[in-house]
Design a protein. Sequence first.
Length: 376
Amino acid sequence: MTKNDFIVTPWSVKGDIDYDKLVKQFGTKKLDEKLLKELKSITGGTHHYLRRKIFYSHMYLDEVLKDYRKDNKFYLYTGRAPSGPVHLGHMIPWIFTKWLQDNFDAHLLFQIPDEEKFLFKKDLTLEETRKWAYDNILDIIAVGFDPKKTHIFLDTEYAGHMYKHAVQVAKKINFSTIKSTFGFDNDKNIGEIFYTAMQSVPAILPSVLEGKKTRVLIPCAIDQDVHFRLTRDVAESLGYYKPATILCRFLPGLQGMSGEGKMSSSVESTAIYTTDDAKTVKNKILKYAFSGGRDTLEEHRKHGGNPEVDVSYQWLTFFEEDDAKLEKIYKDYKSGKLLSGELKMILVDKLNSFLAEHQKRRKEAEKIIEKFMLRD
Ligand code: TRP
């Protein structure tokens, strides 16, 4: 892989991602000013992920909003394939999903495909993915979703409701389409080939649950749109709307955008887990967070740092909501007034207060988990 190469699939992300190119590659749309204005006009507010183009692409969001204007409500749908602990990168789409739920008073289907990583990874058993499912659900609930409007399910526990829809989808997608869409070769197991049918189901379930054609908006990281492109190809012929998506970038891994492009649950030095304590967070940031600072204090004061490549600054664009504060940090770092170590400590404090809150709610989630679960 040369310096400018990158690969983004639902199962692998590598290299220095060019997000503009990715939109072209995937054939999705940019979130333009007109749509952002419409979102603002409906919600009466804005989210820093939108202002900073962290959520930056979509498919059919315009249709969803147009219908919403006519009093047709939509469902939200997102998911998480369990294979390990939740890290901060996973939380980004969920935090935004909660904002959407609050502002549109929408029901949310939260899929936990506990078979996905079992099928795609050699060494995981279904017992292990199930254990991680119930661990990860605590993080999901801790985001603060409305228990009356949020429905979480494991595929292996809700398959009775899902299967007949999955086969409807599956019958309309042939092997060569799956091969070319996902780049699969012949040694893929047949579970992997079928999987996208299961991920399609919650995009059509709301119409079944509501007893009428109902739109679905899926907030997720951009790598997942590929699945829903296939769902879109078949949805209308089955009598449903094409699912809409609103798509985000990845939170970069601690060591920066090249190499391991996003955080990885399995690579300790790239990720901060939601259960890390304050000291661990501090140590990881100080030790691993890629710095855009200069080699010597003297040079840094003279020439300033580079916030574009500095992971601590990049993370603050995700976690510091206050635009004015963020801008001051940007300017001070660029001018050399703010040092790398100081910037890192701003991030450490920010993350630790975020995590202290999250961990409190995560503990409380243990008591209310059953309010959220759907089972056969
Ligand atoms: N495939 C996703 C993952 O690897 C899990 C998932 C299932 C999902 N349904 C989804 C993600 C809908 C986003 C939206 O984690």
